[in-house]
Design a protein around this ligand. Structure first.
Ligand code: SAM
Ligand code: SF4
Length: 330
């Protein structure tokens, strides 16, 4: 079985935020002072697994665990181990992770042993002090060590870099050269207008159109049909051994090919990252409903998946999204 949404888009990709908590406080993602959820509001690992099972039955082939920081969730490896077992007996083909990398050195081997072959590591700068500034207190060396450990364990790493105004715009080609030396693909991402952090979004946002043009002058990009099932457009260059991707929800909308939905750490199914509508599965999971009932609810949710987001960033408009990125995990 393969579920589609009301616009006949095949939905085969599920992103699951396994915790709202994080060991960093990136300035575009969170406020400096965040209130995290009490434990009983967050889905248990068993509840997450049951929800995943139902999605897999309906045709989901790829699950990305995210957060908050997925590696701070207690017993996360247990969930990954259980999901990994399903790969040989169900629709599920891949489990992957988006992580800030701070705990990767500790977890890389266990991740690999439990079927994680590819991860995204978020890294916005390779300058130590700047890293501390954007994450509010992170240690760059932890991430760099984590990346090396992942590579040592044959986990393919991709870097995700949010381009943030007056912060890393002038470091973009250095980041590409650094990634190229390490043979790691890199994707640049536009700031999205999720709930307000401590600085207005229009003071954070940079259009990737300009970033692309600058990089293109230097590297002479060619189009690539490389596709990892996500929203990134990739380019190659004769001057590079890696692919460079761009995720441009604002400057170049990609909703027509959207193949994914997201579950928040509290069990809300968001049909679109850029809209507020959700279906709450936590109560359903906690009130003894059947798997058939859960599947019917999922199908209903997809029948109302919006056509597109309405992201807009300018000084006159307050963000209409009333949640932070750590709830749904990007
Ligand atoms: N903690 C993990 C990490 O940082 O990779 C996973 C969760 S984090 C919310 C997922 C991704 O969302 C990261 O790549 C992060 O840079 C990105 N992100 C967070 N807030 C964002 C925003 N407002 N706009 C665009 N990307 C954002
Ligand atoms: Fe944490 Fe990731 Fe958000 Fe940064 S982007 S604060 S690492 S959840």
């Amino acid at each position: 079985m393969q579920i589609t949404d009301q616009f006949l888009r095949k939905i085969n990709y599920l992103r699951v935020s396994v915790t709202d908590r994080c060991d960093l406080r990136c300035v575009y993602c969170m406020k400096e002072k965040m209130n995290f959820l009490p434990k009983n509001e967050v889905l248990s690992l068993e509840e997450i697994e049951r929800l995943c099972d139902n999605f897999i039955d309906l045709g989901v082939e790829k699950i990305r665990l995210t957060g908050g920081e997925p590696l701070v969730r207690k017993d996360i490896i247990h969930l990954i181990k259980n999901l990994n077992k399903k790969k040989s007996i169900s629709n599920l083909k891949e489990i992957t992770l988006t992580t800030n990398g701070s705990l990767l050195k500790k977890f890389a081997k266990e991740l690999k042993n439990n079927g994680i072959n590819r991860i995204n590591v978020s890294l916005d700068t390779i300058i130590k002090d700047k890293y501390k500034e954007i994450t509010r207190f992170g240690n760059l060396n932890n991430v760099l060590d984590g990346i090396e450990e992942a590579k040592k364990n044959n986990i393919k790493v991709k870097i995700n870099t949010v381009v943030f105004k007056n912060f890393n715009e002038n470091q973009i080609s250095d980041l590409v050269n650094w990634a190229n030396k390490k043979l790691i693909n890199i994707t640049f991402i536009e700031v999205m207008p999720m709930n307000d952090t401590d600085m207005p979004r229009h003071m954070q946002f940079v259009s990737l159109e300009n970033v692309y043009k600058e990089l293109d002058k230097k590297f002479k990009f060619e189009n690539s049909d490389y596709n990892t099932g996500g929203p990134s457009n990739y380019y190659v260059s004769k001057n590079l051994d890696i692919k460079v991707g761009f995720i441009t929800p604002l400057s170049n909308n990609f909703c027509a090919s959207c193949n994914r939905v997201r579950i928040s750490s509290t069990g809300k199914l968001y049909m679109c990252l850029g809209q507020n509508d959700f279906i709450d599965f936590r109560e359903i999971l906690r009130t003894d409903r059947s798997d058939d009932y859960i599947k019917e609810k999922i199908k209903f949710a997809l029948s109302i998946k919006p056509q597109r987001h309405d992201f807009i960033i300018n000084s006159k408009v307050k963000p209409y999204i009333n949640r932070f990125m750590n709830e749904t995990g990007g």
